[in-house]
Design a protein. Sequence first.
Length: 411
Amino acid sequence: MYYDFAVLWDWLSLGVRWLHVITGIAWIGSSFYFIALDLGLRKADNLPPGAHGEEWQVHGGGFYHIRKFLVAPDSMPDHLTWFKWESYVTWLSGFAMLCIVYYAGADLYLIDKSVADLSTWQAVAISAVSLGAGWVIYDLLCKSKFGDDNNRLMILLFVLIVALGWFYTQVFTGRAAFLHLGAFTATIMSGNVFFIIMPNQRIVVADLQAGRVPDSKYGKIAKQRSTHNNYLTLPVLFFMVSNHYPLSFATEYNWIIAALIFLMGVTIRHYFNSKHARTGNPTWTWLATAILFLIAAWLSTVPKFTDGEADASIISPRQQQFMSAKGFQQAAETVQGRCSMCHAQEPSWEGMIVPPKGVVLEEEVDIAKQAREIYLHAGRSNAMPPGNVSGITPEERKILVKWYESAIANN
């Protein structure tokens, strides 16, 4: 039946999200490990020629003796482990999630008519072009003379990210803006691996196999991009889970909050990088992070000022489809009676400041817009209301299911 597509699509979303989380853990875990390893390397008297340092580690009941060659060893080892697929699959699965959730569900998750009156193809084009163009601009900056000074380069990169964050909030929903900042950052990180780090390592390997002495510049370039990835990792993790917290993305100064998140990523990584390198114990970074966090929390409470509200009389064909379906009035009354105390512009539920995930279900047009999510979360499953705090009955859930399935079947 037609309505089964919504269930299958949701399971597809779950499967791809699961893959994304698994590969993301693998990629970030290996990245954190090698950064810590690299910073912890120490000189020793018995190091072989070309070795930069060594590290002793203990794990799983055994000891590990690790050495790093700054350029390459004298000869190619028989067995060499490459770390690349974690990055590639993380980006590919993340882009698949972007297509499944935000491109296929553009009317719900990507486009906000009160922000920018975009068609689906326009919103998708802005999304795709910004990700691709962003990588090209970043890569050119890294390869330019300006990029010779890595500190200067990272400051400019931060400014560009803040500007892009502001731009996203001017064309997309707050949730989509944060997701795209994460996608943009992840594109930089994965692009560094695919276009820079791995090709440079292949050049070094080819030189070794041909009996040539590898050029040390390839290692230096790869190290610069790896350092960027290290400082960008924590903000990416935040943006991956931010859709659960509308106080971060659905407020007036969300783009400034996003900028503060990047700064917190820098302060936290600086602390751990310093500890791994045994260059100090910069505990000031924790205070700085806490202050940045409190500023972000305060900004989320600042009243939102808008230039105007969207015209409520404008109803999309999809919304009209669900509003004219059999059983809509009963379904709307159920949702308004069981869900709108939380899902309102100003929630009446004690202790709740903003609607969960930024979803508002006060008006009929709002309910029609969220038809699929209502069907899946409150009809087909018991996910909403959480703990059934509003006491929705099995009969009322059946009303929601019949309404959605009627609308789809008559489409």
